[in-house]
Design a protein around this ligand. Structure first.
Ligand SMILES: [Fe+2]
Ligand SMILES: [Fe+2]
Length: 427
């Protein structure tokens, strides 16, 4: 548990934008000077064929990500309110370009990518990108457009939550830790490791800046927590799907001595800590929870993976699981994902599935719970197929559109449902 710091004493008090800039000058390094000759030899002779395939997939995500964040930082520079913030963000853009150059060199000189330019290499690796990865980085592109059109403080805060908190702190940092750990343990790829150590030091500085900026933006505009919460609710289902390996073959990660749960746990705990430090603790954000916060970061990571694998979250790859333990977890997540304070009065929602046993949800601030079977006096009843309902929960279908097509029939006290709509994540 992280202790709550009194507002007068924050780890951010010891960080200034000037210090961060100074650390950038002192930390400069050359992506073009790294010697990859031993790496190339070890890539061919020490890695097994499967390890090469798994590492290639993972490093492609990094290469694409570094290129995308280098391209996407300009509107952030324009939107930042202080000159010192603009200076730092400019150094960060240089760093991201350097990281992309570093990965492009490694992928070309070691991992066998043969394009004539960085652009050609990026096109060539596109098939390696996962569904969650494409969603998160697609959102970064639309975020840049939104920020150009509306460089306001809440919009910038949402942008920083996506860039510095989700992409850098939740996804990239645990990924870098994973890669450097197994390469160090096996004493492999010295050139790549040297570059990755520099990349990791840069990222740490970027994340420190992002947390400080977010904290300062929060003090400037009361809309910031709302903007950050909306963004996090939108991207969380994609974020937990970023590292789903091809064909759900978990050996892509396990072959290097880690599990998906290990990486998910590190990401969950990093996300939680950074937001808390910025004064935007997950449990204090307005509206429905960004994700069910019960349990430890590891328990949250395990739950997220089970929900994805059961087909309840993320990319639709087939009919959802009907295994009782999975369905129970689904309804528990629906219950824990409600902002029950937004419910007008207590009430029971009954699901009358057309093709599955019924479930119901007792909405009561503080004691909201889901249970199997038929409730005695439900306030509203939903008639829907199990699969359509799962698509609603996963955000793949809009319940209003389903209702228009007669595939979702709410009955009963619809006034209560309408007045309480803000309790639902997409309300
Ligand atoms: Fe980077
Ligand atoms: Fe970065």
């Amino acid at each position: 548990m992280t202790a709550t710091l009194p507002t007068t004493q924050s780890p951010l008090d010891n960080i200034s934008y000037e210090d961060l800039y100074r650390r950038w000058e002192n930390g400069n390094w050359k992506a073009t000077a790294i010697d990859f000759s031993t790496d190339a030899e070890q890539w061919r002779s020490t890695f097994t064929e499967f390890e090469r395939k798994a590492a290639y997939w993972n490093y492609c995500l990094f290469f694409w990500g570094e290129d995308a964040v280098a391209d996407g930082l300009s509107p952030y520079v324009d939107a930042a309110p202080l000159e010192e913030q603009k200076y730092f963000l400019t150094t960060q853009q240089v760093d991201e370009a350097r990281h992309a150059v570093f990965f492009n060199r490694f992928m070309t000189e070691v991992a066998g990518l043969g394009g004539a330019s960085a652009g050609a290499n990026l096109t060539a690796i596109k098939p390696e990108l996962t569904w969650g990865f494409k969603k998160v980085f697609g959102r970064l592109e639309t975020m840049c457009d939104e920020l150009r059109a509306n460089p306001s403080i809440p919009q910038l805060a949402a942008g920083v939550a996506l860039y510095h908190i989700i992409i850098e702190a939740t996804l990239a940092q645990p990924g870098q830790h994973f890669i450097t750990s197994y390469l160090e343990d096996r004493d492999l790829l010295p050139g790549f490791r040297e570059g990755m150590a520099n990349v990791a030091a840069d990222e740490q500085r970027h994340i420190g800046f992002g947390v400080k900026l977010l904290s300062d933006l929060r003090k400037m505009d009361p809309e910031v927590p709302h903007a950050v919460a909306d963004l996090l609710r939108e991207v969380m289902p994609w974020t937990i799907n970023v590292l789903v390996p091809p064909g759900w073959d978990e050996r892509y990660i396990e072959t290097f001595g880690f599990t998906m749960e290990d990486l998910g746990e590190e990401g969950a705990s990093s996300l939680e800590t950074k937001l808390r430090t910025a004064g935007l603790a997950l449990e204090d954000l307005p509206g429905p929870p960004v994700m069910p916060m019960n349990g430890t970061p590891r328990e949250r990571a395990i739950r997220g993976k089970v929900l994805c694998k059961a087909g309840y979250l993320g990319e639709k790859i087939g009919p959802p699981s009907r295994e009782p333990a999975h369905v129970e977890l689904l309804f528990e997540s629906v219950a824990n994902g409600l902002d029950t304070a937004a419910a007008r009065e207590p009430g029971v929602i009954q699901w009358e599935f057309t093709d599955h046993e019924p479930w119901h949800l007792v909405v009561d601030n503080g004691t909201t719970r889901a249970a199997r079977g038929v409730a005695e006096s439900p306030r509203v009843r939903f008639q829907v197929s199990f699969e359509d309902w799962v698509d609603v929960v996963a955000g793949r279908t809009d319940p209003r559109r389903l209702a228009l097509r007669g595939r979702f029939r709410p009955r009963g006290d619809l006034r209560w449902l309408f007045k309480s709509r803000k309790m639902f994540p997409a309300g």
